[in-house]
Design a protein around this ligand. Structure first.
Ligand SMILES: *[C@@H]1O[C@H](CO)[C@@H](O)[C@H](O)[C@H]1NC(C)=O
Ligand SMILES: *[C@@H]1O[C@H](CO)[C@@H](O)[C@H](O)[C@H]1NC(C)=O
Ligand SMILES: *[C@@H]1O[C@H](CO)[C@@H](O)[C@H](O)[C@H]1NC(C)=O
Ligand SMILES: *[C@@H]1O[C@H](CO)[C@@H](O)[C@H](O)[C@H]1NC(C)=O
Ligand SMILES: *[C@@H]1O[C@H](CO)[C@@H](O)[C@H](O)[C@H]1NC(C)=O
Ligand SMILES: *[C@@H]1O[C@H](CO)[C@@H](O)[C@H](O)[C@H]1NC(C)=O
Ligand SMILES: *[C@@H]1O[C@H](CO)[C@@H](O)[C@H](O)[C@H]1NC(C)=O
Ligand SMILES: *[C@@H]1O[C@H](CO)[C@@H](O)[C@H](O)[C@H]1NC(C)=O
Length: 543
């Protein structure tokens, strides 16, 4: 199922990751456990996973997430496989690491006809329904977004995002702020109450929410990203304001160069007052609480109809939100606020109050859903079913490969980060390698001693760094992957430039970076020309 990759990278990578599930269907062709359980997957956008457990859950009460914790399992160490919307969702829906499907950025992910776990369930007789955001296929997001990703190696530094800010709307009775999410939640609730209850076959429902992703900043124009944290007094008063921490920032000269690039392009390198930072964080938490209520509506519908008896509910997010940690907002970073996601699961036979500390990631959702449904799968997947991790070893009759490793992999190849990034997380360590692993310093964090990830100990513990880098290499030939992204970026940019003809100069000057670009268009155009000329072989061999 994995699309073929070019060259040696592909072979090395595919062989290393060929975690082959080979399971026989039930001989009698019947559902392995009495009719096939239903699955509801709720995926929100930008929820920092650490808010689902102590101690970070003190700042905002998330009653429906707490309900899931009471009734089922919370995964304490769940990660996004690529902390940005589309590539992360591509991993979730394909069950493969982003480099295996070449899900390089918000524009380039899976093809429209890519067979996801939902397609497989459909083939096995499931009724399938999708509400709200999916965002795992190619072709979406703004032109700015993709051009920023393609030009990340150009030697210039331009602000691309609006400065993060807050907006308070409505009054103390304003519950519904994110209208589109509420519309989709209402539709999903209605569907559960009036359609799901009538079905004679098992179903799978996916609800994709936008919250707590920040909202567009209107003053930044149409193509702007989302830098406004918006809520109402109703939600804001639920935040324990006095417990909202002010994250520690490194001085500029101590920042990792790639972090500085991120912070600058996200327009976060100017001064912020403590009050501004605290407000951004408080508003973000309030937005999380609004999302939590949507989750609650789904639960009410399932419990009111009795469907919960045969339904597994999985809740997660595509990535987190830095909310001004490390002098950044948004994601695109391997720091915990961005890469650590919530993951909770409830359902028949799952005992309550389970806190599971195994390292897991979004590629595990695919085999988990198939495992729940008792549907066999022959093919390569990057993840493993979560069910064997649950207490009392909730295992279906079909035995999925249970050789889960004690690490997770995350990678990033998109905008706001000027080098492909690879995170290898194991034990207390988080190792982050960039590009070819040599030209840009790696990072190593001891998450127990340094949970805020402010002290890079890569050179202090060279032997640990070497071992982890070796392990990362054994999973994927990351310098080669980085090279293919370089080639891809340059080729895409050239094609785009050519397609614009004489309009190029005007179009590029008016992307999200227009404020900065138009101050000195010649310098930035020249930087692009230099980047395009660099190297003699086609489309850039330089590294
Ligand atoms: C299970 O996956 C591991 C890789 O983690 C692989 O080595 C092993 O052969 C697989 N076992 C089966 C039965 O597929
Ligand atoms: C935070 O999570 C812990 C368990 O992880 C739980 O005991 C506590 O009640 C939660 N606090 C809030 C405010 O939800
Ligand atoms: C960046 O933030 C400044 C305020 O610090 C604002 O005036 C400007 O419009 C923002 N620029 C971009 C490109 O977002
Ligand atoms: C809050 O806003 C709603 C809708 O605009 C309005 O009907 C209501 O009177 C307001 N309540 C208060 C207490 O101001
Ligand atoms: C990334 O950007 C930073 C900040 O401009 C710069 O110091 C660094 O050299 C860049 N790294 C790469 C690989 O381009
Ligand atoms: C669901 O399970 C509960 C507890 O086992 C039972 O009391 C209830 O009747 C069941 N509801 C339906 C609709 O099957
Ligand atoms: C799984 O990967 C192996 C090794 O690269 C490949 O030979 C095989 O065709 C793949 N299987 C599927 C079903 O994609
Ligand atoms: C350039 O822009 C003009 C005006 O919008 C349009 O008519 C023309 O087709 C564009 N040329 C190209 C090559 O896209």
């Amino acid at each position: 199922m994995a699309k073929s990759l070019n060259g040696q990278t592909a072979t090395a990578v595919t062989v290393a990751l060929a975690l082959c599930f080979s399971v026989a269907p039930q001989a009698d062709g019947r559902w392995p456990h009495g009719g096939g359980a239903n699955v509801v997957l709720v995926t929100c956008d930008s929820l920092d996973g650490r808010l689902t457990f102590a101690p970070k859950n003190q700042t905002i009460e998330l009653p429906n997430i707490n309900f899931m914790k009471d009734r089922g399992a919370v995964f304490l160490n769940a990660y996004s496989n690529s902390p940005i919307c589309c590539p992360s969702r591509a991993a979730l829906w394909s069950g493969l690491y982003p480099h295996l499907t070449e899900s390089w950025n918000n524009y380039k992910c899976l093809s429209n006809d890519y067979p996801t776990w939902m397609d497989i369930l459909k083939n096995y007789g499931y009724y399938t329904k999708v509400y709200g955001k999916t965002d795992y296929t190619s072709g979406h997001h703004s032109i700015s977004n993709r051009v920023e990703a393609w030009t990340r190696d150009v030697e210039f530094l331009l602000r691309q995002e609006g400065r993060p800010t807050t907006a308070l709307i409505g009054n103390e009775t304003t519950v519904r702020v994110m209208d589109r999410d509420w519309e989709n939640t209402d539709k999903a609730v209605e569907w559960i109450r009036y359609k799901a209850t009538q079905l004679s076959q098992p179903f799978v429902l996916s609800l994709g929410l936008n919250l707590p992703h920040p909202y567009p900043t209107p003053s930044m124009g149409e193509a702007c990203g989302g830098s406004t944290f918006k809520t109402s007094p109703y939600w804001l008063k639920k935040v324990s304001y006095e417990l909202v921490s002010i994250p520690k920032w490194l001085p500029f000269f101590e920042m990792h160069p790639v972090d500085y690039y991120s912070s600058y392009t996200k327009n976060c390198t100017s001064d912020f007052t403590q009050k501004e930072i605290k407000n951004i964080r408080a508003f973000y938490y309030a937005m999380c609480a609004e999302m939590d209520l949507m989750l609650g509506k789904i639960f009410s519908a399932l419990y009111d109809t009795g469907l919960q008896n045969n339904t597994y509910i999985i809740f997660t997010s595509d990535h987190g939100e830095l909310a001004m940690e490390h002098r950044q907002f948004y994601k695109m970073s391997m720091y915990e606020g961005s890469s650590h996601v919530p993951l909770l699961l409830v359902g028949p036979g799952v005992s309550g109050g389970q806190q599971i500390s195994n390292l897991v990631s979004l590629v595990d959702i695919f085999p988990t859903i198939l495992d729940i449904a008792g549907v066999p799968f022959v093919g390569n997947l990057s993840g493993f079913s979560l069910l064997p991790l649950l207490s009392r070893g909730l295992r279906k009759k079909i035995s999925f490969n249970n050789s889960r490793p004690n690490w997770v992999l995350s990678e990033f190849h998109g905008c706001n980060v000027n080098a492909s990034t690879y995170m290898f997380r194991t034990g207390k360590w988080k190792y982050i390698a960039y590009a070819d692993g040599v030209s840009i310093p790696s990072q190593l964090f001891d998450l127990i001693a340094d949970p805020d990830e402010l002290t890079n100990v890569a050179t202090k513990y060279p032997e640990v760094t070497n071992i982890l880098d070796g392990k990362l290499h054994s999973i994927l030939n990351y310098p080669e992957v980085s090279k293919s992204v370089h080639r891809y970026n340059k080729l895409q940019f050239i094609n785009w430039k050519e397609s614009l003809g004489e309009n190029y100069t005007n179009v590029i000057a008016n992307l999200r970076w227009h404020q900065d670009w138009q101050k000195d268009p010649m310098t930035y155009q020249n930087a692009i020309e230099q980047w395009l000329c660099f190297g003699t072989d086609a489309y850039g061999s330089q590294f």
